[in-house]
Design a protein around this ligand. Sequence first.
Ligand code: ATP
Ligand code: MG
Length: 417
Amino acid sequence: MSITAIKGMNDILPGEVETWQFLEQSARDVFGLYGFSEIRTPIAEKTELFCRSIGETTDIVEKEMYTFNDKSEKSLTLRPEGTAPVMRSFIQNRLHNLDPVSKLFYLGPMFRYERPQKGRYRQFHQIGAEVIGVEDAKIDAQVLAMLHQYFVRVGIESVSLQINSLGCPDCRPGYRQKLIGYLELCLDNLCADCQRRYQTNPLRVLDCKAAGCQAATLDAPSVLEHLCSPCNDHFSQVKHYLNILQIPFIVNSRMVRGLDYYVRTTFEMVTDQLGSQNAVAAGGRYDGLVESLGGPALPGIGFAIGLERLVLMKGEQRIGAAMPQLFIAAIGTEAAERAFVLMSQLQVAGVRVEMDYLGKSLKAQMRRANKLNAAFTLILGEEELGTGQAQLKNMSDSTQSLVALDAFVEFFAKKQV
Ligand code: ATP
Ligand code: MG
């Protein structure tokens, strides 16, 4: 039996990879405008990095991590998300000494042991951005404006931005206790997962997809009504700045994020096109995270976009591979050799050229030129080699012109195709 890929880990094939490249390049372009630099961290980290940052009682750490011992019995984990590795690197490399405000972005594969389904995989890709060093709500709005701008740039408009505030270590514990009190009264209506986690991770119950949990928590206390006054002011400012930038948003007080490090502003970009995998991007503030990982007490905010979900949303609007500018059809060994040299010279000169390698008939070569959607074809046979001239055919209007082979490379390289 032939060997297949690991379940939940996908190949990205020619034909679809162009969409990926477009989405990635658009991120580089848009994030560059906002002053972000790329950072690349290793795919694996010490396991404790994720346990300490994401939190022991989160879905990711409890059941989704790819954790294994290496040959010297050290526990390693394939990164399930990008923020913790970026913060680790930020602290280790003392990036705060270079600039009081760091704006970083990353893109690459993440790994979570989840049940594979549409929009949910075990290896998936994120594009993420982080700003470290600013508490001012202007930066929350700026990060959200950048995210908004990215979706406009890639042509995905059927998404909406939902925002919430989760409070801080001053006000959240009081809210948390109140919520636990509320959940205790409706425990029987909660799903098994929520019955298990309502004391360790009560906010997560608000986010549960089970219909019973949603119904039971309809009247649950709202986190927004329990914010301390600095958190309340901060959230008001975020909304104010979004309004003056004309970034549309919806406040969703039930939105919680599945990672422990979030405080204050949290947000999601949601779509109704992908069933229950409805979040295409998510993020928030993580003001205590850098310090808790042993770094300076600097605030931070960031997001991650799920690339597979974006690709699914692009769907039909796929971007195809670039077509050849020229196909050289050759008849006979000598002509094929001349075509081969011409092709190589044209490629050096920056032209996308194709020819036949399989000894096909002229008719079959022309069929291939058509299939590849080549803009021009050049036909070379014994006669053309003799006269030093050949017909260059424009495939879109079938017009032909006689061209000199000696000067062809220079001539065609200058042509706007
Ligand atoms: P979900 O609620 O869908 O499980 P999440 O809260 O676990 O998402 P985050 O950790 O915030 O997601 O990751 C940010 C984004 O990465 C998500 O909005 C989603 O687009 C994408 N994402 C997360 N997990 C997966 C996965 N297993 N497969 C594909 N994309 C994913
Ligand atoms: Mg998840």
